[in-house]
Design a binder for this molecule. Structure first.
Ligand code: MCA
Ligand code: AMP
Length: 506
């Protein structure tokens, strides 16, 4: 029997006339339309020579067609490789070189830059897909048959690769199998009680785990519907909330919506579930949301490498400031980061997880993969936490040098490397400090050479072509030196403390 994820999805859809996606401007895609379009994409890709295991890289704007392309790629037995639409050409060069995709799908507007890059890096085909479903991909697919039988896949075969930034600066491709995706989404359908009657308000990007696997796979496996917005816009979300039964978002969604006077109990009376994740949700936001809407946000915890690990309960107490219990089938422990020895309940240590959700390793990086697993198969998350007396998991910090800004991860090393390469720069430290909108604001402290002068605006401009916008420091400061401990290591905690009120309102 085949374990192709798309075969599983198809087996759960009873009524092809049921709406899968409705866009903000009321374009409707039924499940029948969806499978027909996915079939055309799959046939076309096979016609282009795409073989099982080949990578199909995609950097496009959010649209129903883009999500259906994911199904087409996976149905064809290929590996779907979505890329943040904000990545610059310099960033793309690395991803293409590392993943060696056979096909690259880009926006019509970026084709003139990406097509030559793709050709230089031996990508066989560069196609386009626009936010309105325009472009050469859809044009070519029109000639293909909608009927396609999914290419048989084994449970451990890869369905997707998602790049996560690396602590050393180089991004790592997390390899996710059909089983990884199917098992986690099926668990979430049950745990969060999704049924075909649900309507999810989907305002997340679809190039990361949250919007692609958590939100979309859950809806597909429940045979439910979604209102699919091109991006998060508080007014648009408020316009559509009355028809939704659920929404998933990063904390910034919730803090922004709380600023809207229209957010009332009445507006959300149809909603049964609000989920938050990807970054810590402040307990204050949780409380304020309950006071305004009557809903306790359900917070869960996941990673690109593991999909979802824990969740607050659907029925029991959703405790603010915790990420709930390990999901069924997921083993979670807290250990001493150095020795790997399990710690007593209540003690703070490294969170490690094991289960069918945990990825297959980093693409072409066997040493990095080996370094992040214990011999008994537990994956070392890099998150610090504890388990309380009721079994709730608390995330109390990060062992890894990571900033999470509006739900996007930024590894300081990557930004520091770019800054350090600039003329006159001796060294830099990039930190995250509290930010009212993004949770953490990327901030750089730079030491210039004696005869050089630091210019914040010029540096930011120079970084723009190199790094995606969400990675850019919101501010750059100059200092005579960086604080170091006796081992010579930069004490980022002191810098974080020094700049902690930088973005505070008032
Ligand atoms: C946009 N900007 C940002 C961010 N987003 N800067 C820092 N952090 C960000 N996240 C920049 C824009 O380029 C712009 O720059 C300026 O900030 C203001 O943009 P704005 O219009 O306010 O932004 P937006 O377009 O409204 O986006 C904010 C957002 C978005 C809606 C919070 O970032 C978003 O959708 N985030 C969700 C990320 C996500 O899905 N994460 C899940 C990863 P300028 O003014 O210079 O043009 S998966 C994951 O983490 C794990 C697995 C998990 O557990 O889920
Ligand atoms: P990513 O690499 O984009 O997959 O981000 C995964 C990281 O996001 C985790 O390792 C955590 O540090 C963080 N994260 C995800 N969900 C939560 C949450 N609910 N609370 C705190 N941190 C979270």
């Amino acid at each position: 029997m085949s374990d192709n994820l798309v075969t599983l999805i198809r087996s759960r859809i009873a009524d092809p006339s049921k709406t899968f996606i409705e866009t903000g401007d009321r374009r409707i895609f039924t499940y029948g339309d969806t499978f027909a379009m996915a079939g055309r994409f799959a046939n076309m890709l096979v016609g282009l020579g795409v073989q099982p295991g080949d990578r199909v890289a995609v950097q496009v704007d959010k649209s129903p067609e883009a999500l259906i392309l994911y199904l087409g790629v996976v149905a064809a037995g290929a590996i779907y490789l979505p890329l943040n639409s904000g990545y610059t050409l310099a960033e793309l060069e690395y991803f293409i070189g590392d993943a060696e995709p056979r096909v690259f799908v880009c926006r019509p507007s970026t084709e003139k830059d990406i097509a030559p890059l793709a050709a230089r890096l031996d990508v066989a085909h560069c196609l386009t897909l626009g936010g309105n479903g325009d472009g050469s991909l859809v044009e070519k697919a029109k000639a293909a048959s909608p009927d396609f039988t999914e290419v048989p896949r084994k449970a451990d075969d890869l369905a997707a690769i998602l790049y996560t930034s690396g602590t050393t600066g180089r991004s790592k491709g997390a390899m996710l199998s059909h089983r990884n995706l199917a098992s986690n989404a099926l668990t979430l359908v049950d745990y969060w009680r999704f049924t075909a009657d649900d309507v999810l308000l989907h305002a997340l990007p679809i190039f990361h785990t949250h919007g692609l696997f958590v939100a979309s796979n859950v809806i597909l496996l429940a045979g439910a519907s979604m209102i699919f917005l091109a991006k998060f816009d508080a007014d648009e979300v408020i316009r559509h909330l009355p028809r939704a039964t659920s929404m998933m978002g990063v904390p910034t969604f919730y803090t922004r919506l709380l600023q809207a006077p229209q957010l009332t109990k009445d507006l959300v009376k149809h909603v049964r579930l609000f989920v938050s994740g990807s970054a810590p949700l402040l307990a204050d936001t949780h409380k304020e949301w309950e006071a305004r809407t009557g809903h306790r946000i359900l917070e869960r915890y996941g990673m690109t490498e593991t999909n979802m690990n824990t969740s607050n309960p659907y029925d029991g107490d959703r405790v603010a400031g915790t990420v709930g219990f390990p999901l069924p089938g997921v083993s979670l422990r807290v250990v001493d980061p150095e020795s790997g020895k399990p710690l007593a309940q209540g003690e703070i240590g490294m969170i490690e997880v094991k289960g069918p959700n945990v990825f297959q390793g980093y693409w072409r990086m066997p040493e990095k993969t080996a370094a992040e697993f214990r011999p008994d198969g537990f994956f070392i998350t890099g998150d610090l936490g504890k388990i309380d007396e009721r079994g709730y998991v608390h995330i109390v910090g990060r062992g890894k040098d990571l900033i999470i800004s509006g739900g996007y991860n930024v590894y300081p090393k990557e930004v520091e490397t770019e800054i350090d390469a600039m003329p006159g720069v001796v060294e830099s430290a990039v930190i995250g400090v509290p930010h009212p909108d993004f949770g953490e604001g990327v901030t750089a402290v730079v030491v210039m050479a004696k005869d050089a002068r630091g210019d914040e605006a010029a540096m930011l401009k120079a970084l723009e072509g190199r790094l995606a916008k969400f990675k850019l420091p919101k501010r750059i400061f100059f200092a005579d030196d960086l604080p170091r401990n006796t081992m010579g290591k930069v004490q980022k905690n002191l810098l974080r403390d020094q700049y902690k009120d930088l973005y505070r309102k008032g």
